[in-house]
Design a protein around this ligand. Sequence first.
Ligand code: 0A1
Ligand code: ZN
Length: 898
Amino acid sequence: MSDTANPAVIRRADYAAPAFLVDSVALEFDLAPERTVVKNTMRLRRNPDATPGSRLELMGEALAFIGAAIDGKALAAGAVRAHEHGLSIGDVPDAFELVIESTCNPVENTTLSGLYVSSGNFFTQCEAEGFRRITYFFDRPDVMATYTVTLRADKSAYPVLLSNGNLVEEGELADGRHFAKWEDPFKKPCYLFALVAGKLVALEERIRSRSGKDKLLQVWVEPHDLDKTRHAMDSLIHSIHWDEERFGLELDLDRFMIVAVSDFNMGAMENKGLNIFNTKYVLANPETATDTDFSNVEAVVGHEYFHNWTGNRVTCRDWFQLSLKEGLTVFRDQEFSSDMQGGATDETARAVKRIEDVRVLRQMQFAEDAGPMAHPVRPESYVEINNFYTMTVYEKGAEVVRMYQTLFGREGFRRGMDLYFKRHDGQAVTCDDFRHAMADANGRDLAQFERWYSQAGTPRVSVRTAYDAATQRYSITLAQSYGDAAPAARETQTGPLLIPFAIGLIGRDGKDIALRLEGERSETGTTRVIELTEPEQTFTFVDIKEAPLPSLLRNFSAPVIVEYDYTNDELAFLLAHDSDPFNRWEAGQRLATRELLALAARAAAGESLSLDDSFVAAFARVLTDESLSPAFRELAMMLPSEAYLAEQMEQADPAAVHAARQFARKRLATALKNEWLAIYERHVTPGAYEPTPQAAGQRALKNLALAYLAELDDPADAVRLANAQYDSANNMTDRAAALAALLAASATAGAGVAEPALDQFYRRFEKEPLVIDKWFALQATQRGSAKHRVIDVVRRLMAHPAFTLRNPNRARSLIFSFCAANPAQFHAVDGSGYAYWAEQVVALDSLNPQVAARLARSLELWRRYTPALGDQMRAALERVAAQVKSRDVREIVEKALA
Ligand code: 0A1
Ligand code: ZN
């Protein structure tokens, strides 16, 4: 995070074991906002596995050093040197006790890394390298120690004092102060340390774990948020039970705490026994949270809880192994959510979650993989590790883990997990260790699979098929390549991958055909996972009585792009019949993508737009197919996003994509107006709000109907329904959807249509920051026009009293929403969006480099845009490069310009 003109590159190949091991750490905090004093007592010994060095080098940042002692003897000034990056101590014994005293300034800490103050309370964030901002230490994940933490603070200002593990002592001190002492029985790396102090209250629950032990669960929040904690608590209880059942993993502490904080850089953090969450992923009640919020809370609570085993009990040797814990834990939270969505058995319900996850992967991770920040799941180098909490490490990493399960089945995957814990509990290990556990538990050689960790870029699998009626043989030839990969990806590519490719064959009657590969004795079901290992391979199915239609990469069995020339009729057939619900959805998306890209090309050339009736008919069939769940139909009727479409173009042209997509939306709205109206009426959910998947699916489809109706030339019906819905809503999903529909309708009906509701919404929720975030985001992502530029709205909102750059959620709700989620307006040809972006990156850079670096990434794909935009994007990047100070932002803009 420090300023350096020439930031150092850290390389995976340079890994060296730590020079010392730390057996125990005792931390004492005298908490005060401007000057917190930290006394750190450690037991150290030389690491027998490390190359000996004479000095002890500890990391430290933004600390004021007071003094140090070894084995009770204070060190003379000459024996210890405090510098900008840490502490250096000469000639230390082989084993000793080291005491260090230092101070830090939490209230001035706007980076939200280390110890900081939010709403008057103290919080910490140590991953990845924040612990060095609290005390001098070996701030690296392979140094694991047991911690005892004593917190002292003014009792009236900070009545609650929390840290990791078990509370072993508490009591009064002089001058209105008090203390609490916490012990964490498990060894942990320092990035899992946490403390919280302040005026907080908790929802509590006691449960019994599978082996009969009592556990205390707490969700800590500010007093006014206590009415928004029930869902997080339920999610935690479900997570605990799920991990016991699916993986045999029990909660290992007597007490498990979740704490909400409104200033937080990321989603949440898995500190041992003391998870700290962005309020956005804890707080939920029907009035303030949407269905999406409810399911995000469930997913993130699950994610952080699951880290207790995958991340905490077994942690990472170094930060290059980040996906070891993140990819695996995302996979676990995805599986948890699928099971919660549909029970473990309902494939269509499970597919809804799968579709949502794949949509994110393809829109965000594929884009990352195609640009200058492309990196393998296990990166080879970094400048600032905080820049590598990426879609690739998390989402592609989860796909890589999922492929083990696709290859070995759930039972085989479980065997691999069991072996992984048996071998590595209490250790800091590598992605290779995980792969070896999977391989050994399943008797497989997974050497080739290693390339999924080392190669960047999105693989392409092109498919050719041939049917021979005379011999009743159907052959499929799969060829893998990386196509035209970005330079950052190309340099990592060494050879073909092992790709589990799930396939089905569909007959003319729309039914799956039983599959038998050449050489096999009998049929093995109707979906087959083929293992592609060569650059090109042919697989032949026998006894195929008629020319079938292939259903390729069922359930998205590998994170690849499939190239196959389906006709439009074939896609419509798959959309109507594929037994694999994921591929059913996928067929519609392929059809829509093809048509929309053709429309975008016409729009770019200034030609008139039209859409075939058969396109509308294919979608009408899905919309009205009552055998499909509302949740699935909603996903099927949602056109590919503008970002995804732009990514598919030779040269991205956001204005053309927007015109094309809007045209198609209007066409579907107009042609199916009566169907939309009927759907709307039929899916109104009367009665009390329930965040169940079924009820949420009904609301989603109903609100999609409303959104389509708002596209009509005359949106009077939409305006009427939206106003009524806004007024009568008993939940945030419906209220926010009504407001969004009014904003959309105002594009044709005039701004007056949305203003009353917009104002009412603000007044109603003025005291609910997370809802006000929605208010900013809705306006930042609204449609614009030449007369109504959204940049003007956004600039006006920057001056709103409720806006502040210092709160990351608020900055994201306005700035990121505009720069990353309103492409047509952000990429205005006049460059107004880029100028705004540059200003905000520079402003954030000096406050909070992590958040600034995220925003900086909005322009990294500049080379992929039309020259009219790309040139301006590059110029904006150059302007930022000339002004930024942080290592975080510098790495991003320099890679973008390289
Ligand atoms: N490990 C957390 C994510 C996280 C990473 C970095 C943070 O601060 C820089 C905070 C949280 C997770 O995966 O949930
Ligand atoms: Zn995580």
